[in-house]
Ligand binder design. Sequence first.
Ligand code: C5P
Length: 473
Amino acid sequence: MSRFDELEKRAEDIGNRIIQLIKEGKTILVVGHLDADGITSASIIGKVIQRKKGHYIIRIYGEMSQQVLEELKEGEYDFHIFCELGAGLAKEMENALKDKWIILDHHQIPPEETKMKQVFNAWQFGFDGGREISAAGMAYFIAKKIDEENTDLSWLPVVSMVADRQDQGKRRSVFGLNRKILDDSVNAGLVTVVTDLLLYGRETKPVHEALASTTTPFIPGLSGNRDACLATLSSTGIQLKQNGRWRTLADFSDSEKKKVMESVIPYLSQVETASEAVDSLIGEVYTLEKEDEHSSLRDARELGTLLNACGRMKRTGVGVSICLGDRSQALQEGEKVLSEYRRTLNRLIHTLLEDEGRIVEKPGFNMVVGDGIVDEDMLGSLTSILSGVAWFESKVLLARTTTAGHYKLSLRRPPQSDSSINLSLILQELSSLHGGSGGGHEAAAGGKIPTSQLKAFLRALNKRLQKKDEGKG
Ligand code: C5P
């Protein structure tokens, strides 16, 4: 049996369990994490239960903790499906919820959880959950086993794979298990794939706004700066307006797109990895064909950001409604939340980068101090963008902010750094040694450390990351 067959067999077993619960009239609590992958994976499971006329409730949480488990223990739900959160807490779940739970996930898990049947995680089957499959992808495998018709939900994991930055193949393509799902989506006529300039909002925004909104890669002088983008693009002589209406990138001819690219290159030349940054501006575009033209839901990357925005700005209900199919009120709300989210991120990035006191260079890593100004739910998104800023390209980036009794931390590994650094494992180990918790992926991890332990934790982390550096080449 191939490892994928094993994965499918487990998906089938879990699917049968869900069907059984529905037949028995049980109420299932679906708990999702608050980012795009958590929202899409919970929505897939919710939709599947809804289609089989079962009872379910979706709730989205920022993190799983002993306290949340205590609350759920007291609750009235017959079964709990955790989507993209709870890794590392399986023992605690067993204590609180007996056998009434499963976790669908793609984060790296501690060895003791790899054998557990109630954990359905890509790593258990030898698949790299950091790069080739999201939690929504794992949920989709279950959905398809429950009913082949659920193939029409395959656009949801396509959104989460790009939102989770798994587009790390050639030309920003997705690969491995993600590619299998993408193929389903393409075959069902839900998604089309073309290679093009990857400006954010390619069908929805005037090109200078699309350029200003592009933060992967972060373009110094242009990202977040609409006026500079308008000035730069105007100087190319491209016609930016037609009949009084701003044109979008999708309206541009190939030669106009080439001019856009040429105007951006000088800004990227200050970046250490300029050629990679330029390359990453061109790649596979995944268009959701069933969405209206000029809607921000058509481009999978844009929808991923919208869902992340809903999660991070505490409007998770809006994100879930969009995933479940609401295209009226929820869509309008979602677009408002997205603009607010982008404004907030822009403001924070500028505040942090302009205040030298908030940037600390340690031998093993760079640290951005968001204490007092960054909401803990925004920290991860902010860190992902900052990790693309030229200043931070040479070392691991750690961003932190204050929360009640703790520091919240986000770590990102720059693409060109030593790939033997596994931030998830390092954070799992060091956070638990210092009374906190943490985990995630090799290149992106997060966690919490008690306030009193911060200094000791940072010392240990610095030592660990320097050691990795010494081992290089
Ligand atoms: O919070 P942040 O975005 O920095 O987290 C990076 C990754 O680590 C995310 O995928 C998040 O779900 C994961 N994570 C985790 N366990 C934690 C904190 C974060 O698996 N305790």
